[in-house]
Design a protein around this ligand. Structure first.
Ligand code: AVI
Length: 321
């Protein structure tokens, strides 16, 4: 395919983010672009790695707080999940609170429909209404859901992939989407030793490295790039000041390449910042929720305090004092 034909099919936002992000001096590409088909498959593999504790710990936590959740959340309402849903975590929540409607919201329509089909066979009486949308923006909920009893579900500590300013914006959009009287069940990965955090993002089997490097393959494939992928190394940094694990792609030699006809040159040691994964203590996660117009009402943590699920209520939108 010619480069013009290729670029006419490319996502214009992906192209803009990559050209802007490679320009430097502080090169960075938003983490949302990891998730093409290959990236989503690799992320799925990551969640099963021995070093990657968040999925295991959050799943165990959900199992353990099922009864407590059932006491706090009335059955027969609607669950709005931000993201297409996980094959293990979503059924646990649905079993616990028995809603009438389940509305998964995701930007990737194919992935959304596939996971909805799998879930429907397991919960034949549940009304599943997939919504293809960007959940980082306020959206209108399907009008056939019961607006009285709404629970947002945002597991996985995906909130950690947003810098605090964007995380607050995201929570406020969720508050606007879900409305007055809604609740939110949200997962937060906790601050812990770098000896645990770093291997979780730099596993021995190299799956996270492949996930990180796949971004460059995607750029080459979708944006007509000729980046020599073998010149880049997966690098993980625990940034204690910002309380976050950072992923970078570090260049191991001087190179030149082009993307969409634009030339770039990298020196040995230059890097592209590809992801932040913020970690929280209880005070910082409460502050983030309150800033995003949510009032925490219950917290569930595992015995090691490695992961916390918070149930929060929509707060009145107020600016003073
Ligand atoms: C999706 N997100 C919560 C994952 C995380 O832990 O920040 C993405 C991930 N990146 C590398 N490993 C996992």
């Amino acid at each position: 395919m010619s480069e013009t034909a290729l670029l006419s099919r490319a996502d214009p936002q992906f192209l803009a983010d990559v050209l802007e992000g490679l320009r430097g001096p502080r090169r960075a590409i938003p983490a949302r672009w990891f998730y093409d088909e290959r990236g989503s498959t690799l992320f799925d593999e990551i969640t099963r790695l021995p070093e990657y504790y968040p999925t295991r710990n959050e799943t165990a936590l959900l199992k353990n707080c099922k009864d407590a959740l059932a006491e706090q959340i009335a059955s027969g309402g609607a669950v709005i999940e931000f993201g297409a849903g996980s094959a293990t975590k979503t059924p646990l929540l649905l079993e616990a609170i028995d809603p009438e409607f389940y509305v998964p919201v995701d930007i990737s329509g194919d992935y959304l429909r596939n996971s909805a089909t799998v879930l429907q066979s397991r919960f034949p009486d549940l009304n599943i209404i997939p919504v293809e949308a960007d959940f980082t923006q306020t959206m209108v909920l399907p009008d056939n859901i019961a607006y009285t009893n709404i629970l947002g579900f945002f597991p996985g500590s995906t909130i950690g992939n947003f810098v605090p300013r964007s995380g607050v914006d995201l929570l406020r959009h969720m508050r606007a989407t879900l409305g007055e009287g809604a609740k939110l069940l949200i997962g937060f990965d906790r601050i812990k030793s770098a000896d645990v955090l770093v291997p979780a993002y730099d596993d021995a089997a190299g799956v996270t490295a492949a996930f990180n490097l796949n971004l460059l393959h995607r750029i080459n494939r979708e944006l007509g790039g000729d980046i020599p992928v073998d010149a880049f190394l997966h690098q993980i940094v625990w940034n204690d000041l910002e309380a976050r694990v950072e992923m970078h792609l570090r260049c191991n030699r001087d190179i030149r390449f082009s993307v969409a006809g634009v030339d770039f040159s990298f020196d040995e040691g230059d890097s592209i910042h590809t992801e932040n994964s913020h970690k929280y203590d209880l005070r910082s996660l409460r502050l983030l929720l309150r800033s995003g117009c949510w009032t925490p009402v219950a917290e569930y943590s595992d015995p090691e305090d490695w992961f916390t699920l918070v149930l929060a209520e929509a707060a009145p939108i107020q600016t003073a004092p």
